[in-house]
Design a protein around this ligand. Structure first.
Ligand code: C2O
Ligand code: CU
Length: 531
């Protein structure tokens, strides 16, 4: 790009061997200016196998600048399958990434509108003109300008996403009788999806966000939040089963968005014979998808083998991130805060990790100050964690909204670096004792995740309000500067992000980039001007 900065983030990879290459602008690195390059070190370890993706971490560029990333098993997968397919979901938003980021950070605030369609493996189907008629010919051309659909207009029910003339639905080709590993990636930056396949029994979930294999969970409908990945086994029908269906060759994969004022429906085709034409979308939706997304398969995903979550008794500290939206009185902007702090790329003059390399202790957050201030240090605006600490991270939806926006939403929370053990979610205010008792009662063994949903639960006390919590447990083992943020990209740039500093300055400085000088000032051979 000739006029914009860029970084690349390896979403879901721990990068514990290369924290300086995590791709977070002003947290772990300088953004790459136009005409420059950054030599990324992407380091995986045993146990990292799984489905990931990569994307720019500058502003809202992850909307379009992204792609799937698979860390292969080298045949150590405990499950058998014949082949695999990637199902890569993205939003097709109405404006350019940069325009949207400017608008939601602008005064006055302007919401760019909902998604204009869901993109599967690069194929987009804009919103149906039949549902909301607009001037003909204006309905979204892929990659082009505007949809005729009025922006941000809440409408009850579900809208059909329809096909542009000449375009066909996305297709996943399969062969009868085979078992496939579907690597399903939620590279969306706004939409929470629910999906199911017509006349097919189940998805067998074997991985959630990579890394640990799961005790298989069978589910008819799969939910996919922005930033999440699920690896599932899909059993294609046999020739006999297809014959019993009247020699059918295509089935619909139906997906719908949830937890937004506007809900969309779209389709892909599972095709058993690549000679047959791709059908149009069906007149009647073949599948009924759950209306309420809250708590989908909560307390269900458990590791097949491997690392066990630290027990409740080992927890040394709890950090609660209180999610609040308000209008900033100084700037007049609509912002999101996490426990009173709203972090954006403008918050740090020098990227914090660069600063720590350069100034050592003087650049580090003050742990004591942080402990007395909801977990964050006032000087650096970051949350320090000591190596070896067992921390419970609770994301608390307070239900607080500035009335300008007025729709309490769900938030997919994503953690960089080492994954966290997901210990559940629920309505109201987090109660550690009650949740621990529930975990015990269920015999639930939490699994490692990097993105889980803060749902739009209805408040237990005031049903007119929505509020709820999500809780994670982690034993900090990866030194570095890491982010935790909502993967709704508009929320992210509005400040719904936190910077965590794990380890002390020596722990952090021990893991150095190849060309430290170049990393620090962009002057070296590895991080330089490409001309
Ligand atoms: Cu895909 Cu910081 O995230
Ligand atoms: Cu959010």
């Amino acid at each position: 790009m000739s006029d914009l900065n860029l970084t690349m983030h390896w979403h879901g990879l721990t990068q514990r061997m290369a924290p300086f290459a995590d791709g977070t602008p002003q947290a772990s690195q300088w953004p790459i200016p136009p005409g420059h390059f950054f030599d990324y070190e992407v380091a995986t370890e045993t146990g990292d196998a799984g489905t990931y993706f990569y994307h720019s971490h500058v502003a809202m560029q992850a909307t379009t600048c992204s792609g799937p990333l698979v860390v292969d098993d080298c045949s150590s997968c405990p499950f058998d399958y014949d082949d695999e397919r990637i199902l890569y979901f993205q939003d097709y938003l109405r404006e350019s990434d940069q325009k949207m980021a400017q608008d939601v950070q602008g005064v006055p605030y302007r919401w760019p509108g909902g998604t204009n369609g869901i993109v599967l493996n690069g194929r987009s189907i804009p919103i149906d003109s039949k549902v909301t008629p607009g001037p003909s010919g204006q309905n979204g051309v892929f990659g082009g300008g505007h949809a005729s659909n009025p922006e941000g207009h809440p409408s009850p029910g579900v809208k059909q996403i329809a096909n542009e003339e000449g375009c066909t639905l996305p297709v996943i080709d399969v062969e009868p009788g085979k078992t496939y590993r579907f690597r399903i990636a939620g590279a969306t930056g706004l939409s929470l999806l629910t999906m199911a396949i017509e006349d097919h029994a189940e998805f067998r979930v074997i991985q959630a966000d990579g890394m640990q294999y799961l005790r298989p969970v069978d589910t008819r409908d799969l939910q996919l939040g922005p930033g999440q990945r699920f690896d599932v086994l899909f059993k294609a029908k046999t020739i006999e089963e297809l014959a019993a269906d009247g020699n059918k060759t295509t089935y619909y994969l139906q997906f719908e968005t949830r937890s937004r004022p506007e809900q969309l429906r779209g389709y892909a085709v599972i095709r058993y014979d690549d000679n047959v034409a791709v059908p149009e979308e069906p007149a009647i939706p073949p599948v009924d998808l759950p209306a309420n997304p809250n708590g989908w398969l909560e307390y269900t995903f458990e590791p097949l083998t491997g690392v066990v979550a630290p027990a409740a008794e080992e927890v040394t500290r709890r950090i609660t991130l209180e999610v609040v939206q308000l209008k900033d009185s100084d700037t007049g902007r609509q912002i999101w805060q996490l426990s009173g702090i709203s972090w954006t790329e403008e918050s740090n003059k020098v990227p914090l990790l660069v600063d720590i390399y350069q100034r050592g202790r003087n650049a580090m957050p003050n742990y004591t100050v942080a402990k007395g201030n909801k977990g964050w240090d006032t000087k650096t605006g970051s949350f320090p964690i000591k190596l070896g600490e067992v921390v419970e991270l609770v994301i608390q939806n307070t239900g607080t909204m500035s009335s300008d926006i007025g729709f309490v939403e769900a938030h997919p929370f994503h953690v960089h670096s080492q994954h966290v053990f997901d210990i559940g979610s629920g309505p109201g205010v987090y109660d550690a004792e009650a949740n621990n008792a529930k975990i015990e009662r269920l015999g639930y063994k939490p699994t490692l995740r990097d993105t889980t949903m803060l749902y739009r639960y209805q408040d237990t006390v005031d049903p007119g309000q929505a509020a709820g919590w999500r809780a994670w447990r982690l034993k900090a083992t990866a030194p570095g500067v890491w982010m935790v943020h909502c993967h709704i990209l508009a929320h992210m740039v509005m400040g719904m992000q936190a910077v965590f500093v794990v380890g002390n300055e020596w722990d952090i400085k021990e893991i150095a980039p190849n060309d430290v000088a170049g990393y620090l000032d962009y002057g070296g051979s590895v991080y330089g001007n490409s001309t």
